[in-house]
Design a protein around this ligand. Structure first.
Ligand code: IPD
Ligand code: CA
Ligand code: CA
Length: 283
């Protein structure tokens, strides 16, 4: 039995409570605010976070909390909960039934518990460090599919993709040409849970936040998968570039991201050279 059982148990209750509420409010009329041009927050995000945080703090009042919608005590506890109350907010706000809650727990900076709950499918993904990953109680393992050419991948795009060139578009085109397919479903935590369960073979994204990935990263690792940054180096949840896979296609994914980055830098040098030669002519 996992030494993290007590934490897992309470995280599951918190995620199910929030999920029940999300299902109850789904497709009803909602107060929606804008956090940025494309980035929404609904009253359900806020209330879900309140339900989760209140439950966890009622059992673990000394623990620290990082969550998407609010500021909480950072009291220097070695336990830190990392929470996305609704991952897939755009989907939720549009009545598109693809969203979840994601709850991770770090102990001394190491991920030890992960819970991702999809209330629409009633699918509960759980993981504990050293104790494996599970879907509704059945042990998970990553897929055995390779090479990349035969793989189904997941990804997403940052909210500022219209204004920042680090927008993932070039990576998307390159992977779409090579892989069997790509899904942009709109909830990074579920993408990671899907890599853990073998439904996706790989996932990459940039500019994700710790709450998007905390639970899912542990899940992929505990299901036998690999998680790194884009250059293949070791990943922590505050790094903003992630590649997660079944391990078998990992090197191919990292190589693809490197080749896209190299072409982008050659192109931008050529553009700069062309611009400066045009400047000279005009001058
Ligand atoms: C978003 C989702 C989406 C990803 C975005 C995230 P939110 O989280 O995970 O799939 O592409 O970058 O910000 O805003 O729905 O919690
Ligand atoms: Ca999120
Ligand atoms: Ca969210």
């Amino acid at each position: 039995m996992s030494i993290y059982k007590e934490y897992l148990h309470e995280a599951v209750i918190a995620a199910r409570t929030a999920g029940q509420y999300q299902k109850y409010r789904f497709a009803s009329s909602l107060n929606i605010e804008m956090k940025g041009d494309k980035n929404l927050v609904t009253e359900v995000d806020k209330e879900s976070e309140r339900l989760i945080v209140e439950h966890l703090l009622s059992h673990f009042p000394d623990h620290d909390i990082v969550a998407e919608e609010g500021e909480y005590r950072q009291g220097g506890s070695s336990y830190r909960w990392v929470i996305d109350p609704v991952d897939g907010t755009t989907n939720y706000a549009h009545g598109y039934p693809w969203f979840c809650s994601s709850i991770g727990l770090e102990l001394a900076g190491e991920l030890v518990v992960g819970v991702i709950y999809n209330p629409v499918y009633d699918e509960l993904f759980t993981a504990t460090k050293g104790g494996g990953a599970y879907l509704n109680g059945s042990r998970l393992s990553v897929s055995t599919r390779a090479p990349l050419e035969h793989s189904l991948l997941g990804t997403g795009f940052p909210y500022d993709c219209a204004t920042d060139p680090a927008n993932n578009f070039a990576n998307f085109i390159a992977f779409q040409k090579m892989a069997r397919g790509i899904r942009r479903a709109g909830a990074a935590a579920l993408d990671l849970a899907y890599v853990a369960s073998g439904r996706l073979d790989g996932f990459w994204e940039l500019k994700l936040k710790a709450w998007d990935v905390a639970a899912g990263v542990l899940m992929v690792r505990e299901a036998g998968g690999t998680v790194t940054t884009f250059d293949g180096s070791s990943y922590d949840i505050f790094t903003d570039r992630i590649v997660a896979s079944n391990g078998l296609i990992h090197n191919e994914m990292v190589a693809m991201l490197a080749s896209v980055a190299t072409s982008a830098s050659v192109e931008s040098k050529q553009t700069m050279a062309t611009c400066s030669s045009q400047d000279n002519v005009n001058f």
